[in-house]
Write a protein that binds this ligand. Structure first.
Ligand SMILES: [Zn+2]
Length: 155
C-alpha cells in the first residue's frame, strides 16, 4: 500500500503548514508592480467549492444561533447554573453572529464578482488562504498588519 489517505483532502496537508501561510506567495511582490488581479484568479471550480463551503458555514452558524436563542436566557442561567456557562453562551452567540456576517458578506462578494481580492491592498488573496478561511477579506500580510495595529484591545 502506498498510502491510506483515501480522502486526499488538500486541507489536511495545508494544516501542517498553515501557520505561516502566505510567506512564499509574497514572492510575487519582489518582482513587482505589474501585479494584476488576474494573476491568481480562482478557477470556477474553486469558486464553486468556496461558495459551497460558505453556504454550509452559513447554515451551521444559523443553526448555532437558533440553538443558543432556544436555550434558557442568560440571566436565568446566571441564577440557575454557573455564571461561567452563561458567559460562554453570550460569547458563542456573539462570535457566531460575527462569523455569520462575514460569511454572508463573502457570499455577496461572490454574487457581485468582487470575491477574492483584498479589501485593503486590492491584490488577490492567496487561494490557499481562501480555502482555509473562505470569508477572508484581507490578504495575509494585510491581516497581520491589522492584528498588529489593533493589538490585544480589539479584534
Ligand atoms: Zn492586502
Amino acid at each position: 500500500m502506498v498510502n491510506h489517505q483515501t480522502i486526499g483532502d488538500r486541507d489536511t496537508y495545508l494544516d501542517d503548514h498553515g501557520t505561516h501561510l502566505g510567506d512564499r506567495e509574497t514572492h510575487v511582490d519582489d518582482h513587482g508592480t505589474h501585479l494584476d488581479d488576474r494573476a491568481v484568479r480562482l478557477s470556477p471550480e474553486d469558486l464553486a467549492a468556496l461558495q459551497e463551503n460558505l453556504r454550509e458555514q452559513r447554515l451551521f452558524r444559523q443553526e448555532q444561533l437558533r440553538q443558543i436563542a432556544a436555550a434558557p436566557r442568560a440571566e436565568e442561567l446566571l441564577r440557575r447554573r454557573s455564571a461561567g456557562q452563561a458567559e460562554v453562551h453570550v460569547k458563542l452567540a456573539a462570535s457566531a453572529r460575527m462569523v455569520l456576517a462575514d460569511v454572508e458578506a463573502a457570499l455577496r462578494r461572490i454574487a457581485e464578482g468582487s470575491y477574492g481580492s483584498c479589501h485593503l491592498c486590492r491584490r488577490p488573496v492567496d487561494r490557499e488562504r481562501l480555502m482555509i478561511v473562505p470569508q477572508a477579506r484581507y490578504c495575509a500580510p494585510c491581516q497581520q498588519a491589522r492584528y498588529r495595529r489593533t493589538g490585544e484591545a480589539g479584534r
